[in-house]
Ligand binder design. Sequence first.
Ligand SMILES: [Zn+2]
Length: 260
Amino acid sequence: MKYVIAVDCEGPACVVGAPGGTLNDAPAQYEFARRQATAEASAAARGLFAAGATQVVVWDTHGGGVNLVYDELDERCDIFNGVHGPRLAMLDATYAGLLFVGYHARDNTVAAPLAHTFSSATYQWIKLNGREVGEIAIDAAVAGAHGVPVLFMASDDKAVAEANEFFPGITTVTTKVGYSWNAALSKHPRRVLAEIEAAAQAAARNPGGVKPFAFTAPLELEIRHKRIDTADEACLPRHGWQRVDAYTVKRTLRSVTDWF
Ligand SMILES: [Zn+2]
C-alpha cells in the first residue's frame, strides 16, 4: 500500500500571504507556511501508516519544489522534491492513492486565499475541455493517467469544494474559511493536525468508490493570459499555441501528461 502526498504551501491553516504579491513575496508568511505544510503532511502520513501504508512519498510541489522542513517530516516518509522532471514523475500504477495537502483553489475563484493556477502573475484562468481547472484537477488527471485515484484533500473551503466537485466521495478536511484572496478564518494550526491524521487514516482504510480521474481525450486546453504580450509569445510558431482572442490561446493535447 503506497501513497503520494502532494503538498503545496498556500492551503494550510493560517496561510493568507500578503497583499500585492504571491506567498513567496511575504517572507514571514512563507516561513510559517512551509512549516505548517510540513506538519500537515506529517499528520496525513501518520494516518496513512496507521492504516497500513508500506510507503508514503511526500511530494514538495510549491514553486521550485524545495520548501518543506524535511528533517521535521515523519521519518517513515520518503521525499520527492525539485522541479523540471515530468509532473508526478515518481508515480506509477503500484500506488494506491494520491492525497492533497495545502493545495489551493483554481484561478477565478472568489474568497479563496491565494487562488491561482500555476502562475497568479500570468494567467486569468485555464480550461480543459471547456471546464475551468486548477492544480487540483490537473494533478489528479496526471495521477489518473496512471490509474491512481485521489483520496483526500486538506485545504481552505473553496479548494475543498473544488475537490468535491471533481471527485465526489473524496475525504476532506477544511483548514480555513476564505474571506478574500488574502484573508481567512483558520482552525488552530496545531488542532487541525489531529483532524488531518484521522481523516487520512479513514480515507486509506475506506477509499469508497473513488475512481481515477480523467478528462476525455483529446483534450482542448485553453488559457486566458493576464497580458497580451505573454499571449503573443505563446503563439510564436515554436510554442504551438493558436489565438482565440487578444488574451486567450488554445491547443489540443492527446493526454494531460503531454502538457509537462
Ligand atoms: Zn504553491
